[in-house]
Write a protein of this length. Structure first.
Length: 123
């Protein structure tokens, strides 16, 4: 990821609804979610959600897949990995042990079962 890509990603995440969408899709994992379910979970109207999803897709942070008549959205893990790598590329002045607490904090502590769509809409 280069600087311009990182700026686009940060610009996309710099709005509250889009940040909420991205975090929800990270939580959804490989199950993903339809635009309607995302909108319902966040209380966002369809046209507003469509615009926000388009911005996140263009930023490379989420991707979409057509399944019949519906479209499911997923966090783009390559995009997220690229953004994190961009941030940490020159981290810690060559002392990787200084970065380890950050890596430990963001890493999943244990394998989890992928959530179902119903798991994602309960609060």
């Amino acid at each position: 990821m280069d600087k311009n890509d990182a700026l686009a990603a940060f610009g996309a995440l710099g709005q509250s609804t889009r940040l909420d969408v991205f975090r929800l899709l990270i939580k959804a994992g490989q199950v993903g979610m339809s635009a309607g379910h995302i909108g319902d979970a966040l209380g966002v109207r369809q046209n507003t959600m469509s615009a926000n999803l388009a911005i996140l897709v263009r930023s490379g942070l989420i991707r979409s897949e057509r399944h019949g008549r519906s479209i499911r959205y997923f966090a783009d893990m390559d995009g997220m990995r690229g953004l994190l790598a961009f941030l940490m590329e020159d981290c810690c002045g060559g002392c990787p042990d200084l970065c380890q607490p950050v890596i430990d904090e963001i890493a999943c502590s244990s394998p989890r079962t992928a959530p179902t769509p119903a798991d994602l809409t309960t609060c």
